[in-house]
Write a protein of this length. Structure first.
Length: 498
């Protein structure tokens, strides 16, 4: 970032908008750029006024319009940092806009560079082309290592001795995606709770920090591929790629995997597959609620997506799970008349990122209704593979029954999973589990263990989704032929009623 600012300054740019919530870190970068350029740096805020960082002098100036007037009087070839100035532009005050444009014109002829610092605020059309936006990326391992060293030094040598190279690397990986302040707080809390740096505590605090934003959630997956009944083709494909994020894969010449789109009937294990994928790769799992990307303010939706991408890439390697992606991007193709094209812009940004991303972020998107997804979303190149998850066949239902019976602490020998598999034809994995839970309730009330008779009665009384949504499922099957790979063994051609 420092070198980027230097290049803009030497190229004669007059205005930058440095977008970040990490004010202290951003100011340190701007100060380093000013020092390398050998130019004075003046910092302004409504509370302090102008501060000459070289001389240390302070000149009170709470009014933003007067601040712009004083910039003209500053010496040439200077950098001027304007804290939170974007907030004053939100008011659409024509005087502020006019003065800023005049100041930028003066800056171009005198070698000054105005740097607006703060969280991104949409600019008026007349300013958009005069001010260049640059985003401060979240700190990488090297910057987080400096933060960790500072915490260790303040805590004393005992923590330093306890922190082995392996533990240090794990702690830095756990802190990926946090700001420097958030990482400092997480490291310090870890020292208080465990008297050393514990990666699990840091990861826990990271999960809390991401939840505050409401867009991403860190999930600790307890599921593995063994938790999934069936889907053998998909499992084999994932196992083939379990070392795809390693240095050995890069040295071999393998590209970084992009991700997969999993389409299918609700309740057939798509979400379970997303969680198990993170376990296969041994990386963190982030869950994105695509519906929460869209905000009511102008530019908020685009900013939300940029924040998601920035966080995912900072935490990488990781798995980014977008559940029911059609709910977030289903109407993108026709949004121009309803939301001013916001959905289309967000959708376009997502497509470009899926196509061009180089960071090791493996995207797993799940969808129930493929008809709502724009065709561009389904193109190869954005995904390594498109998978279709059908209703489980007899063999898969047998495996699901074994897993469900074991999950609820019962002995598989007390039940005949083959008989139960035949009785649960057309049922999804979720419906099979729900049937077993219902049988558990019946047995609990009568103070006995659930029997196969209980399970048979429950299955007879329930109406499976395959019956109520038979037309939709057939359409999904028809669409998937030739377009998506069947997640079960190759060659299977499922039909309702088989």
């Amino acid at each position: 970032m420092k070198h980027q600012i230097i290049r803009y300054a030497r190229a004669g740019h007059a205005g930058l908008f440095l977008c970040t919530s990490e004010e202290a870190r951003a100011e340190a970068i701007v100060k380093a750029a000013a020092d390398e350029l050998q130019r004075p740096l003046h910092a302004w805020s409504a509370t302090e006024g102008f501060v000459d960082t070289t001389l240390g002098t302070i000149q009170p100036c709470p009014d933003p319009a007067m601040a712009l007037d004083q910039i003209v009087d500053l010496q040439d070839d200077a950098l001027i940092l304007l804290r939170d100035f974007g907030a004053f532009l939100e008011d659409k005050d024509p005087l502020i806009h006019r003065k800023l444009r005049d100041t930028l014109r003066n800056a171009r002829t005198t070698g000054k560079l105005l740097i607006l610092l703060g969280v991104w605020k949409p600019l008026a059309p007349e300013l958009e082309r005069e001010i260049t936006r640059i985003d401060l990326a979240l700190p990488g391992p090297a910057e987080l290592d400096l933060v960790l060293n500072g915490i260790i030094e303040s805590a004393g040598l005992t923590a330093h001795r306890d922190l082995t190279p392996t533990l240090r690397e794990a702690a830095l990986a756990a802190a990926g995606g946090l700001t420097t302040l958030e990482a400092e707080n997480a490291f310090a809390l870890s020292l208080i709770e465990s008297e050393t740096i514990t990666p699990t505590i840091v990861a826990r605090e990271k999960a809390h920090a991401l939840k505050k934003g409401g867009l991403l959630e860190v999930i600790t997956p307890t599921e593995s591929l063994d938790s999934i009944g069936g889907l053998d083709a998909l499992k084999a494909w994932l196992l083939q790629r379990r070392e795809a994020f390693t240095k050995r894969a890069r040295d071999y010449g393998l590209p970084v995997p992009k991700g997969m789109l999993v389409l299918g009937v609700p309740g057939t294990g798509k979400s379970l597959t997303a969680k198990a994928t993170a376990s296969v790769f041994g990386v963190p799992l982030l869950k994105l609620d695509a519906g929460k990307l869209f905000g009511s303010l102008v530019g908020q939706s685009e900013a939300n997506l940029r924040a998601v991408i920035q966080t995912a890439e900072a935490i990488s390697p990781c798995v980014l799970w977008i559940d029911e992606i059609e709910k977030g991007f289903g109407g993108a193709g026709s949004s121009g008349g309803s939301d001013g094209g916001t959905s289309s812009r967000v959708f376009g940004t997502m497509l470009n990122w899926l196509q061009d991303k180089t960071a090791p972020v493996f995207v797993v998107a799940t969808a129930n209704d493929v008809s709502k997804l724009p065709p561009e979303m389904l193109r190869k190149g954005r995904w390594d593979e498109l998978w279709f998850v059908d209703l489980p066949d007899t063999r898969e239902r047998t495996a699901i029954w074994d897993l469900v019976i074991a999950k609820y602490g019962r002995e598989k020998t007390d039940y005949d999973p083959v008989v139960l598999s035949r009785a649960s034809e057309l049922h999804t994995g979720a419906e099979i589990e729900a049937a077993f839970v219902e049988a558990l309730h019946r047995g609990f009330v009568e103070e006995r263990e659930p029997t196969e008779l209980d399970l048979g009665e429950v299955l007879c009384e329930s109406v499976p989704l395959a019956t109520t949504m038979s037309e939709s499922i057939e359409r999904l099957r028809h669409w998937s032929k030739g377009r998506a790979r069947n997640a079960s063994m190759t060659g299977r051609t499922g039909r309702l009623g088989r």
